[in-house]
Ligand binder design. Structure first.
Ligand code: FAD
Length: 249
């Protein structure tokens, strides 16, 4: 049974028509970077709850969530319409295994994301432990348009602090050509070698760990390709592997 805390909305950021973030003030238990919690609202007499990843690091008690306003969704449009000081239910305990404690130290950590799936990486990257555990971290963010990179400034700051350690690659699925970006879908860009070529690092099962977060189809296709063609395996509780994933639906 979920134990709920009643939080208050401290801040709301509207990034685009569909992307927004809320910062919640609440009493909750400690969490690990990369974990998610549950947010809920009473809607027409029913408590509607969904999972959302913390994007703040554990050391920061401004509990921040980066959310996609899903059309006709049962909860996210209501979250989008919240106002400052509105109450929200938040699970006291965080959940999830999408954390660095479950990943063995290696040379390159790839953080592949679609849309709001960048969320847990923002928490992990601000936690700083990751920069001690891996030689290079490659953050790959797949979005439709460059305007959808809501946390670009935060990522740029982290990149500055960890110069030479963090590589950021934006992938656009729609837009005009610009040499800084890649175009297409993550699984295709891995299959045709364009991602490796752009980053200058080989995606081999030796010394690489791949984290995948967001769209279930991206996760399924990427994982299948890496398992069948590159010798990767799922990172399980009782068997170390080199693919760790978090599906958002
Ligand atoms: C572990 C975990 C962590 C999550 N963290 C986040 C997060 O940090 N931010 C976030 O926006 N969502 C996150 N989600 C998804 C979130 O829990 C909800 O599913 C989402 O907000 C839609 O809820 P809804 O009630 O509005 O839509 P529903 O009525 O539940 O409709 C669900 C449908 O919405 C679509 N959908 C779900 N999530 C998304 C999404 N993120 N982008 C586009 N389409 C989507 C799918 O087609 C899905 O079938 C997470 C899910 C899981 C399992």
């Amino acid at each position: 049974m979920t134990e709920w805390s009643i939080g208050k909305i401290k801040k709301i950021k509207y990034w685009t028509e569909n992307l927004f973030s809320i910062i919640v003030n609440a009493q909750v238990n400690n969490f690990s970077a990369g974990q998610f919690t549950k947010l809920a609202l009473d809607i027409n007499g029913k408590k509607i709850k969904r999972a959302y990843s913390y994007i703040n690091p554990p050391s920061n008690q401004n509990y921040e969530f980066y959310i996609s306003n899903v059309q006709k969704g049962k909860l996210s449009p209501y979250l989008y319409n919240l106002k400052i000081n509105d109450e929200i239910f938040i699970s006291k305990d965080a959940s999830g295994t999408f954390i660095l404690n479950n990943i063995q130290s290696c040379e390159n950590l790839w953080m592949l994301s679609t849309g709001t799936g960048i969320g847990p990486y923002l928490s992990i990257l601000q936690d700083k432990v990751c920069f001690k555990k891996f030689t290079k971290i490659i953050l790959v963010h797949s979005i439709r348009y460059i305007e959808d990179f809501s946390y670009l400034n935060l990522v740029k700051n982290i990149e500055k602090q960890h110069f030479n350690k963090l590589i950021v690659q934006i992938i656009l699925t729609r837009n005009i050509n610009n040499n800084n970006f890649l175009y297409g879908y993550i699984p295709n860009l891995i299959k045709n070698g364009q991602l490796e070529q752009k980053i200058g690092i080989k995606i081999s099962s030796q010394n690489n760990h791949i984290m995948l977060c967001g769209h279930p189809e991206m996760i399924k296709q990427t994982q299948n390709f890496l398992e069948k063609n590159k010798g990767f395996s799922k990172n399980l509780k009782n068997k170390n592997g080199n693919i760790t994933s978090e599906r958002y639906w």
